[in-house]
Design a protein around this ligand. Sequence first.
Ligand SMILES: [Zn+2]
Ligand SMILES: [Zn+2]
Length: 283
Amino acid sequence: MPSLPYPDPRVALATLHGKADALAPAFAPLGLRIEPVAIDTDALGTFSGDIERRGPPRDVAIEKARRGMAAAGTRLGIATEASFGPDPILGFLPVHHELIAFVDDVHGHVVVVEAMGRDTNWQSTAVRSPDDAEPLLLSSGFPEHALLVRPNRFEPGMAIAKGLVTRETVSAAIRAAAAASADGLARVETDMRAHVNPTRMRRIAALARELADRLARPCPACGAPGFGRAGIVTGLPCADCGTPTDLARAERHACGACGHAEEHPRGDGRTSADPAACPSCNP
Ligand SMILES: [Zn+2]
Ligand SMILES: [Zn+2]
C-alpha cells in the first residue's frame, strides 16, 4: 500500500479501552500512526447503561474522534462505537454492530465503515445466586472474556462491577447486586469493552483492515483517500417485465471531500430481480 497524502501521520484515538493494538497494524502500511489519547469516552455513553448514550452511533463515534483530535492536536482522528443485543427479528440470537469513524480534517471529510454480525459472546441474564450464573459463565468465554454485574432493578448511583475475570469476584458481585436490587436479582452480562473482550477486539481489527483498504483508494477526481461505497442505487429491473424494483441496481461509490460519485455494478453480479419483488408482477 502507498503512504497516504497526509503531512502528519498521527491519528488520534480517543479511548480508555486499549484498542490501539487492534487498529494500529491495519494503518501502519498506509504510513499512519495510531496515537492513543486517554480521554473518558465513557462520558458519551457506556454499554452497561450507567451513562445513557446520546445520538446515533455514527455521530457519537465522530464526536469521540474529534475529542481525541482536540486533545492530541492532530487533524486525523479515529473512534469506534458498538452496540450489542438480541436480534430485533430473531429475538434470542445476539447481534453485534460495530462502527469505525475516521475523521480527516486535512481533506475535510469522514470515512465510516460498519459491520453487523453474530460473532459475539454477548449475553445478559438475571440471577438470584452465583449458582444461577453458571450456564452464562460456561458459555460466554469467561474468564478470557470479562463479565459485569449490576442490580437487576438498576437505579442511578448504584454500583456496577465491571471487568470481572475470577469466579470469586463474580460471586461476590452477584450477592452484593442482588441484595441492592428491589427484586432481589442481579443482572450478569458479558463486559463488551474491547480490552476485556477478545472477540470484539478481533472484530475491530477486521473492520480496521476494511477501513485501511478503503483509505488506500484515492478519489479519482480530487485524490482524497477513502473513495468507496456510500450507498446503493435502487431499481433492479424485474426479470419478467423489466419494471424497476426497490432492490439495489448498483452500488454508489462517493468521495466525502469533493462529492464526486460513481455507479458500480452490484458486487454479486445480479442484473435482474425475482418477479416476486416486482411491484407490477406481484403487487
Ligand atoms: Zn474527491
Ligand atoms: Zn415484473
